[in-house]
Write a protein that binds this ligand. Sequence first.
Ligand code: ADP
Ligand code: MG
Length: 689
Amino acid sequence: MSSLKNFFYPKSICVAGASTKEKSIGYELLKTIKTYDYTGKVFPVNPKAEEILGYKCFRSIEEIDDPVDLAILVVPKQFAEASVDQLIQKKVKSIILITAGFKEIGKEGEELEKRVLEKIKNSGARMVGPNCMGIINTLDKSKLNATFVAEKPETGATGFLSQSGALGAAVLNSLRETDIKFAHFISVGNKADINETDILRFWQEDENIKTLTFYLESFVNGLDFVRPFMTGEILKPAIVLKAGRTKSGMKAASSHTGALGGEDKVVNALLDQFGIIRADNLNELFNTAKGFEYFPAPKGARVAVITNAGGPAILCVDSLEKEGLVLANFSDETKKSLREFVHPEGSVENPVDLLPGGTAETYKKAAGIAAEDENVDAVISIFVEPVMVSPFEVIEGISSLQCDKPVLQVVMPLPEFWNEYRKNSSKKLPLFRNPEDPAEVLSNILFYSSSQKRLAENREGYTSMLSLNKNINNYLNGFLPQSEISALCAKYGLPLVLNRIIDGSEVEKFEEAFYPLVLKGINKSVVHKSELNAVKLNVREKAELISAAEEIGRNFHDAGYEVENFLIQPFIKTKHELLIGGFRDPSFGPVLMFGSGGKYVEVFSDTCMKSAFLCDSDIEEMISGTSIGKILRGVRGEDPQDIKELKKIIVNCARMLIENENILEFDLNPLIAAQDGKYYAVDVRVKIK
Ligand code: ADP
Ligand code: MG
């Protein structure tokens, strides 16, 4: 396995900065290691102590004769660098730097972090942190809890990475309430060396891990994170809770595409494209992980609901619709079987209402019958505890059903229940607390299955886009001039409308006969020409052309600009205005956008975004994912537009963005779908860095 194995499965660890003082991190960490029954050797290092918590103490790292698989540093910041030197000397290859006071505190800390990282890199070691909370491995062969959180997590098959130490601790502290079980927990802190992508790849290799969960505040490199999902290197479900949703809008947007982008939308679009589940909150993150770990995957979206109370069932049904699931239609046979024991006043239609008198036996029977119906893909049981029925038997009964469909249980019990349940809950299936939870879980699992299928079918498409040659052209910074745009469009087969570039003095001499035409005034600094009234449509003759040019000149002048050039184009008879745009996200790389175009794009914001590393089915989805795309396919008896040609233009735009690494942003707005059935890009902007 990769070089990260010793972080989770070390045979020996040294704790540099171990302390005899209770409540200090150096003491508490050692104590958790001990109380969690770590199976390997422990070497605390402290210059003054003989032993701590029964472990023999070493005066310095050099004094340890045995090999050290993993070093955990909790020394004060001023000793961190020297300790790293000693560890390197001792040829330790895995280091967790828990100590804080690095990049997160500013310039001085940043420099220290850089120095430490360089030393680590040069020695071939790897480092987790700094400013982190440590690692837990609950698996029997390791039993490592190198954190300073006293809670004892139980063994599961989920890996959980937290960028925030405090949030990680909060999750661990609430384990008794949430019943989350982990295989691995890692707090990555400042991510100076080891980051989410390293762990993602490590967990794919580690067969003990089934589901990968992440709490992230940033991606070190978003493209690196999603790429292995494109290529099929990651084949386990990954769920990401990414904080910072509200930080929207890209810096000063200099194009329509820029204004429609924004960090969070990019994260959303790309995680979605590559089958990575994005959770909205911790509850969804871990419920979904439980869903993957403990239940068979549903084959479809048809759900049976069994309840003993109306209100929660209604909330559950609402959540089904919200999550794109449906209430299953029971077969007559199912209804007949249910009728045999369901109270005459209860319902045998979906949702099945057993009324408060529903017993463990009727719950089990009803869930079993529903699960057997071929029109049902999943069952949700909702149990609101009435005084006369014990939830334990209901839970036991349903959990004992043998079937290959997921049966998810919501339990809304009396207050004492959870304490009691916890005492002997380790072997049982997880329960959900809110009637909306199961729908979220089921829909996430269905999303995962369908994405896996789509990704697998399109591997070739992705690899061919990933293998495009990338180069930097010697374009100048800023917006590409019209002449260069023409060349670029020609190279990538983009249907740029016929363009004549003339200067003011040439207007009177203009004799080419393509009236009716469009006259536009150009100045590099003017982003939206029509805002300055500098786009004159349907100019029918020479006299109109001359007066239009004069008017544009005046309009520019009044706004404090000069006309640098005029652009003359044929006036296209328009059916629809489209937009294809793209930009280079600093983290996720080239991103492409398709949607409604024209002057009002920001108002309609009818666009769909994908990584430019896209395959045919992604382009299909981009088109279907927008209202304008649906219209292009033909509504109300209208002839559809040439979708094949449009797809070609989209993929060529993607190639252009990928191959020319110094294109920062571009848009074709509008790309006109014309009455003659063809496409014309009448306004193309390309921003170069
Ligand atoms: P800007 O986006 O800078 O305001 P455009 O060149 O996109 O300027 O023109 C604005 C609008 O004018 C377009 O959205 C489109 O409706 C119309 N338009 C521009 N060029 C043409 C053309 N050649 N044929 C038909 N309509 C055009
Ligand atoms: Mg435009």
